[in-house]
Write a protein of this length. Structure first.
Length: 239
């Protein structure tokens, strides 16, 4: 392929910059804080879900407590009224007996309510304990997240700055290379995962190190100063 020596040198310099870009991006993607933050985010979500469940249980129990306490207060008023009627009944034994039965019924229902309220109080104690456990766990996770985010931002900002500088260098070097050669370079880079161009080393590709047999080597040398490795299909600078 036809190419000027200075263009080939520029392509090799461009490749060095591009490989540095790939390395910087890999470092950014593989910063350990990212995986840890993802794990913490998952844990945070699980704790939030548990908190919602506990909140729902608490809300239901508190609603039931309020309902039972309202009924108990109403029964207490009815008991008081029934006792007043008994006190006013005097020798009217029928009225006394009737309101006494009411009092007994009210008392039984209030005993049942008190039993339920006792069980609900125990349930709410357990809920309070779970709330504290979840709140403590969320506090730890949140603290860890904040510390990791700060560490990630610190390290990633340095890498992003490096990337910005390298990308500017890439644009500067690419601008000085003829468009047809840049197309060849970009196509080879995409095909080969980043390393687009090497130098013929005696009878081997300088990148994949595969030996090139006699006939192919003669054909390749005839393409000087730029050919293509018959094995890995990278561009090869031929001296």
């Amino acid at each position: 392929m036809q190419a000027k020596r200075e263009d080939l040198a520029a392509m090799l310099q461009l490749q060095k910059v591009d490989l540095d870009i790939l390395q910087a991006r890999k470092k950014l993607d593989e910063l350990p804080q990212r995986a840890k933050l993802e794990a913490l985010a998952s844990k945070h979500s699980q704790l939030d879900a548990k908190k919602e469940q506990v909140d729902a249980i608490k809300e239901k129990a508190e609603s039931e407590v309020a309902k039972l306490e309202g009924e108990d207060n109403m029964l207490a008023e009815k008991q008081h009224h029934a006792q007043e009627l008994i006190d006013m009944a005097g020798q009217d034994y029928r009225m006394v007996e009737s309101h006494s039965r009411e009092l007994e019924s009210f008392a039984k229902r209030r005993d049942t309510i008190n039993d339920k309220l006792g069980k609900l109080a125990e349930e709410l104690e357990k809920v309070a304990s779970l709330e504290k456990q979840i709140a403590d766990a969320l506090s730890v996770v949140t603290k860890d997240e904040e510390e990791l985010k700060a560490s990630y931002e610190s390290e990633s900002s340095v890498l992003r700055e490096q990337l910005s500088t390298l990308e500017a260098q890439h644009d500067e070097r690419a601008a000085g290379i003829p468009a047809d050669l840049m197309k060849l370079y970009e196509k080879a880079a995409k095909r080969a995962g980043g390393v687009a161009i090497g130098v013929l080393d005696d009878n081997r590709c300088g990148v994949c190190r595969t030996p090139i047999d006699g006939g192919r080597l003669i054909e390749l040398r005839s393409q000087a100063p730029l050919g293509e490795c018959p094995s890995c299909r990278r561009l090869l600078v031929i001296d």
